[in-house]
Ligand binder design. Structure first.
Ligand SMILES: Nc1ncnc2c1ncn2[C@@H]1O[C@H](COP(=O)(O)OP(=O)(O)OP(=O)(O)O)[C@@H](O)[C@H]1O
Ligand SMILES: [Mg+2]
Length: 275
């Protein structure tokens, strides 16, 4: 008997089960009995019970979306904002990163560029934004620049470039990781430019790089093209400059110092381009 004396009648319980099954809400269905038990026990008020029921549905739905996205978006691993230790990387502004995770940038078709030396969390933050985007039910595609260029060059050789480019314009969010580590051929640079020109003002892209924009001419082997690329990229763009130590080397302070991973404040020169 509940404290309120209104234990859920079996018929009501069955009706709720039927409704949740009809609405295809398996997460809520699974949580129902426990929630009703706590309502009957006077532990949960009606409003809180509803919130928990819907919460159970959303949790399972997001987990399923993420599972699907892990395959279709090619996310290599799941990283979340909750796992990111802001105290380790003071140059990363918590408010800016949290605000980006509300995903307004996707609606506004804005880009994000994460810049900084190795191990400072560029890929981690790009992935956590990709995870949040996938959980919101939007289409995501994750790739390294090297893999992307390989696939574009293959498509070009097979006469399928236009089709491939069209496919890559479609995802609401594209993450292009590791710009600057591997050399790029002139053809690769041209293909990348074509893709970014198509996505410009059409859909958001997150890029990560260990090189400042001033060095992109060198990466792409063409100053003029790199300038045109950066121009499009930064037009509607959040630039996150991370200057700090490598998280990978956090237990090896001496080695970190020897490798100069505690850099001079990276990209101060780009301050003018920040929004
Ligand atoms: N502030 C942090 N809090 C928690 N984990 C972190 C943080 N920064 C980085 N990491 C972890 O450290 C590892 C390296 O980070 P990440 O891959 O994001 O670095 P990166 O900046 O992309 O480096 P690289 O340029 O070498 O690709 C990852 O496992 C990541 O989850
Ligand atoms: Mg990385």
């Amino acid at each position: 008997m509940s404290r309120t004396g209104t234990a859920t009648a079996p018929s009501l319980r069955d009706r709720l089960r039927g409704q949740l099954a009809d609405l295809k809400m398996p997460g809520a269905l699974e949580a129902l009995d426990d929630i009703l038990r706590r309502v009957d026990g006077g532990e949960l008020a009606a409003g809180e019970a509803l919130a928990q029921l819907l919460g159970a549905h959303i949790t399972l739905r997001n987990a399923r979306r993420l599972q699907t996205a892990m395959r279709s978006a090619r996310l290599p691993v799941v990283k979340t904002l909750g796992d990111f230790d802001f105290s380790f990387q003071p140059s990363v502004k918590r408010e800016q990163i949290e605000s980006l995770h509300t995903l307004g940038f996707l609606e506004r078709k804005e880009n994000i560029v994460l810049l900084g030396p190795p191990g400072v969390g560029k890929t981690h933050l790009a992935l956590s934004l990709a995870v949040a985007t996938a959980e919101s039910g939007r289409r995501v595609y994750f790739t390294t620049l090297a893999d992307l260029l390989h696939s574009l060059e293959e498509a070009q050789a097979a006469g399928r470039l236009t089709h491939r480019l069209r496919t890559l314009v479609f995802p609401t969010l594209m993450v292009i990781d590791e710009i600057g580590y591997l050399p790029i051929t002139r053809t690769g640079a041209m293909l990348f430019f074509q893709l970014m020109a198509r996505r410009y003002e059409h859909a958001s892209t997150i890029l990560t790089s260990n090189k400042s924009f001033e060095e992109w001419g060198e990466i792409f082997g063409d100053e003029v093209m790199a300038a045109a690329l950066v121009d499009r990229l930064v037009h509607h763009c959040h630039i996150v400059n991370i200057c700090g130590n490598s998280y990978r080397l956090r237990q090896h302070a001496d080695l970190a110092r020897r490798l100069h991973t505690a850099p001079e404040p990276a990209d101060q020169r780009k301050e003018g381009r920040r929004r």
